[in-house]
Ligand binder design. Structure first.
Ligand code: BES
Ligand code: MN
Ligand code: ZN
Length: 525
């Protein structure tokens, strides 16, 4: 009944799921004036205040930095950059002074903007190697390991390009290749090294998620996603992959999932990936479930054409499940986890589901489909019931589920709803630790009222009010047997406009959450 795709494995396509890490990262402790490198990066704070490494450089170079600031070239405000060349008594080709604003006020957001600017400036500068002293900043609420990890994540984010379909690369001719992250104290080196590795693992996962989500919908089909899962097994032999075909889903009774796929010429796939690398034979998996609508036209409830191209990102949840798995496997975390991807295309067609259709879900509950554009919850409800069969320790689903979530939270925070407050707190802490923010919305029973149907157990929409909550309320009817949280990433999975593209969120959050469950299992705080 459950079998793997053999035909797909025989016809290999380029794998985008395992990027090579282009940049070399390392950590060290040592004073800036002694660095023999292309560029030394040092912070300067508001009011022309030198950071400690900037002071060290200034002293070695006979006050050259102070002089530069005094001339009025820089104030130390957020985002300012100043270049100095061939400072006397130092060994670096260049020094990049980075304005950071008030030191104590540097927030994760400010640090992200600083890193982005620095990474792009370095990449264009001609320096192929840099030693960064950005982790010398001492903000009020952020520790050094946070800064180290975010340096890697932010640099990789800033330098990411999706150029598979460009005839010519737009990368600089002499790009940045090596980043050395300096830490002040020698005794902090090993924890900084660990933070750097975590950053690299997460960045690898983020890149996987971005690449998959950025692919055009004529290439990134459900079949393609299934092939990528099968490909992953080659890089990570401990991964097992099962692909449920439409016949399998039919046999199981996944009427809601199949109703979405009916209108598409692309066959739907339920992709089940398992990774068990812990010692405990009785451990239960953390199960991630991703919405994998490879293109959402809305179906018969057709969407307007404006920005419809962006509905290729409607598999962003699925992409983040792939990315998180890769991040954890890349870090060789000894954890037990599974990823389920509900992959289908939502198209209008003579065979497509109609508003008014009633379908029977895998759980046995019936659903009246009032709007075929509320398809995410239809594929997810069956995937979530299936997740229950894996005896999960916890299930987290990730989905670009509702436009209403953008109305509520914009593009800053992902929406989070849960049937277990303690899980909500754990996710919030993880989100904060990697600056991949979430905000909880209530899942009170009152909202269930909106899903009443005169003809079936429930309708698939709950009307205008609280659209994100009623979508989650719908899903909660399929997750009663386990600890569950839902992440609505409609506003955070991609950016529109001139920087259009996938963000790779919430791979950092999910990876951090799994890292924490692992540390906890080892009895660490
Ligand atoms: N994939 C969309 C949600 C979406 C829309 C995400 C725009 C990001 C940007 C989802 O399948 C959808 O169409 N949801 C509907 C639900 C409605 C019909 C209850 C929506 O949000 O309009
Ligand atoms: Mn839709
Ligand atoms: Zn959708």
């Amino acid at each position: 009944m459950i079998r793997t795709v053999r035909a797909a494995a025989r016809r290999p396509r380029p794998a985008h799921t395992r990027p090579d890490f282009g940049m070399e990262y390392s950590t060290k402790s040592g004073s800036p004036e002694k660095q023999r490198t292309g560029c030394v990066v040092v912070p300067v704070f508001k009011g022309r205040k030198l950071s400690r490494p900037a002071q060290a450089l200034d002293e070695a170079a006979g006050g050259a930095l102070r002089q530069f600031l005094k001339r009025g070239d820089m104030e130390g405000d957020k985002g300012e950059l100043g270049w100095l060349y061939e400072l006397p008594n130092t060994f670096a080709d260049r020094v990049l002074l980075v304005g950071c604003g008030a030191e104590r006020e540097v927030t994760p957001r400010v640090f992200r903007d600083i890193c982005h600017r620095v990474a792009r400036a370095l990449d264009k500068s001609g320096a192929t190697e840099a030693v960064s002293y950005l982790s010398a900043i001492e903000p009020r609420h952020l520790d050094q390991n946070f800064l180290v990890r975010q340096t890697v994540l932010n640099f990789e984010d800033a330098l990411y390009r999706f150029e598979q379909f460009k005839s010519e690369s737009e990368r600089p001719r002499k790009p940045l290749r090596k980043v050395v992250i300096s830490v002040a104290r020698r005794r902090d080196l090993s924890s900084a090294e660990q933070a750097m590795r975590e950053g690299m693992g997460m960045a690898t996962g983020v890149k996987v998620a971005k690449d998959l989500a950025n692919l055009p919908p004529n290439i990134c089909t459900p079949t393609y996603l299934a092939q990528q899962a099968t490909q992953l097994k080659k890089t990570y032999p401990r991964l097992t992959v099962e692909i449920l075909e439409e016949e399998d889903m039919e046999a199981l009774g996944m009427g809601a999932f199949l109703a979405v796929a009916r209108g598409s010429a692309e066959p739907a796939k339920l992709i089940v990936m398992r990774y068990k690398a812990d010692e405990d034979p009785d451990s239960k998996p953390v199960v991630l479930v991703g919405k994998g609508i490879t293109f959402d036209t809305g179906g018969i409830s057709l969407k307007p054409s404006e920005k419809m191209d962006e509905m290729k990102f409607d598999m962003g949840g699925a992409a983040s499940v792939f990315g998180t798995l890769v991040a954890c496997m890349d870090m060789q975390l000894p954890v037990h986890m599974a990823g389920i991807v509900a992959a289908a295309e939502n198209m209008p067609d003579g065979r497509a589901s109609r508003p008014g259709d009633i379908v029977t879900t895998l759980s046995g509950q019936t659903v009246e489909i009032l709007n075929t554009d509320a398809e995410g919850r239809l594929v997810l409800c069956d995937a979530l019931t299936y997740a229950g069969r894996l005896e999960p320790r916890v299930v987290i689903d990730v989905a670009t589920l509702t436009g209403a979530c953008i109305t509520a939270l914009g593009h800053v925070a992902s929406g989070m709803l849960t049937n277990q407050p303690s899980l909500g707190r754990e996710l919030e802490h993880a989100a904060q630790a990697v600056d991949d923010r979430i905000w909880e919305l209530p899942l009170w029973d009152d909202y269930q009222e909106q899903l009443k149907s005169p003809f079936a157990d429930m309708a698939n929409i709950g009307g205008r009010p609280a659209g994100t909550i009623t979508a989650a309320a719908f899903l909660s009817r399929f997750t009663r047997d386990y600890r569950w949280a839902h992440l609505d990433i409609a506003g955070t999975a991609w950016k529109s406009g001139k920087d259009k593209g996938a963000t790779g969120r919430p791979v950092p959050l999910l990876t951090e959450y799994i890292l924490r469950t692992w540390r906890e299992s080892r009895g660490e705080a």
